[in-house]
Write a protein that binds this ligand. Structure first.
Ligand code: AMP
Ligand code: GLY
Length: 420
């Protein structure tokens, strides 16, 4: 079959890598893609936020299956446009992607189905928001309601910080995404992510992962999109996973169906685990980045069959064939990230690295020029390896990092430390 994947990051490179290995795949196109993706698929530079453009492209290229990677096209209704045109589509409708696009919506859904999560309140005026903060006290978490590219969450350790966050968000620092704020109880514990495929009725877990959000070793410094990840997440024991499915995920799926907006796609549940129980931190309506890189490394070609079963509504008959293994990815980022960084520096040594079912460098932000690979983003490479143990996967990934010659990049040296 002919398959189109939308997106341009390491997540989409990993999805393309897994899909490509499945014998069902004839032609594989990624839009817009990147220099790494171009080594295994065709790339097409189209506007992926425009449903009409995507549908026309699919018709012209006889696409049989569309996989939507990032949240922006989901929130823009690209999955709706594709389904309306009769295309088999992996990714939720805009109405169900609100589980990521609106934090207040997610909280309403949690309340409606009694899913355990942090206590919360929503405000569009600063004065009552600040009164609430003064009443509850710090630590407290202040969030822009809408999509803010991972920057709209302020975990405030002091009341002063929380009050300033209200002024920032409601003052327009995040544009329309900050028209409302959600204020939440601070939850402590250990975070882990659970990835669930659902066709709106049935659900199947496809793995657990933990990422490292802080830029510096020892989980210090500013927040980033994620500096590395590993799967499975040992903190998400089978018992906690079962509790999270029973109390959080399945009730959410049922509530979305009850509202007439069944959720079809991957549901990424960010969980806070404490004293053997999970509470929901947030949902995302897509695969995680860089978590997908480790999930795909473990799932391989069956990922396509599972996404097809999701889109076709037959997940009740699907199952995951698990290998008892571990995967770990190290993000290499441009010096300066997550602050300002330069683009265009050359990366050498990639061609000499192994590329097989246990080793893969996924490209997150690269461009090719005259045969050279250049950095074109903040997070640039995801150096990923699989092993019988997490330690083995880590050693293999860092051995690959050592062979990459990139003066203008850096990585954390301690990915996986919490689990190791
Ligand atoms: P979110 O975008 O909602 O996942 O928030 C980003 C990060 O902020 C999460 O991964 C957590 O580390 C942290 N966070 C969000 N909500 C809370 C909360 N209620 N309590 C503690 N930490 C939180
Ligand atoms: N790694 C976090 C995310 O994809 O949102």
């Amino acid at each position: 079959m002919n398959i189109l994947i939308l997106g341009s990051g390491g997540r989409e490179h990993a999805l393309a890598w897994a899909v490509k290995q499945n014998p069902k795949t004839d032609r594989l196109i990624v839009a817009p893609g990147n220099a790494g993706i171009a080594m295994l698929a065709e790339c097409a530079d189209i506007d992926i936020l425009d449903g009409g453009t995507v549908v026309t492209f699919c018709e012209e290229n006889a696409i049989d299956f569309v996989i939507i990677g990032p949240e922006a096209p989901l929130a823009a209704g690209v999955a709706d446009a594709c389904r309306l045109a009769g295309l088999l589509t992996f990714g939720p409708s805009a109405a169900s992607a609100r589980l990521e696009a609106s934090k207040a919506f997610t909280k309403e859904v949690c309340d409606a189905c009694a899913a355990p999560t942090a206590a919360w309140a929503r405000f569009s005026d600063p004065a009552p928001a600040k009164d609430y903060i003064r009443r509850v006290g710090a630590p407290i978490v202040v969030k822009a309601d809408g999509l803010a590219a991972g920057k709209g969450v302020i975990v405030a350790m002091t009341e002063t910080e929380a009050l300033a966050a209200i002024d920032d968000i409601l003052g327009g620092a995040f544009g329309a995404a900050g028209a409302e704020v959600v204020i939440e109880e601070f939850m402590d514990g250990e975070e882990a992510s659970l990835f669930i495929l659902t066709d709106g009725i049935h659900a199947l877990t496809v793995g657990t992962a933990q990422d490292h959000k802080r830029v510096g070793d020892g989980d210090t410094g500013p927040n980033t999109g994620g500096m590395g990840a590993y799967s499975p997440a040992p903190v998400l024991t089978p018992a906690i996973e079962a509790q999270a499915m029973a109390e959080i995920v399945l009730p959410t799926i049922a509530e979305m169906a009850r509202r007439g907006t069944p959720y079809s796609g991957v549901l990424y549940a960010g969980l806070m685990i404490k004293d053997g129980r999970a509470r929901l931190v947030e949902y995302n309506a897509r695969f995680g980045d860089p978590e997908t890189q480790v999930l795909m490394m473990r799932l391989g070609a069956q990922a396509l069959d599972l996404m097809l079963a999701t889109a076709e509504g037959r997940l009740d008959k699907a199952q995951v064939n698990w290998a008892d293994d571990h995967a770990l990815t190290v993000v290499m980022a441009a010096n300066g990230y997550p602050g300002p960084y330069a683009k265009g520096s050359q990366i050498r040594g990639l061609a000499e690295l192994p590329e097989d079912s246990r080793h893969m460098v996924f490209h997150a932000g690269t461009a090719a020029r005259e045969g050279a690979i250049l950095a074109s983003g903040g997070r640039v490479l995801n150096v990923t390896a699989r092993g019988a143990t997490l330690g083995e996967a880590r050693d293999a990934a860092y051995a690959m990092v050592e062979q990459i010659d990139w003066q203008d990049g850096f990585c954390r040296r301690d990915i996986g430390w919490r689990a190791l």
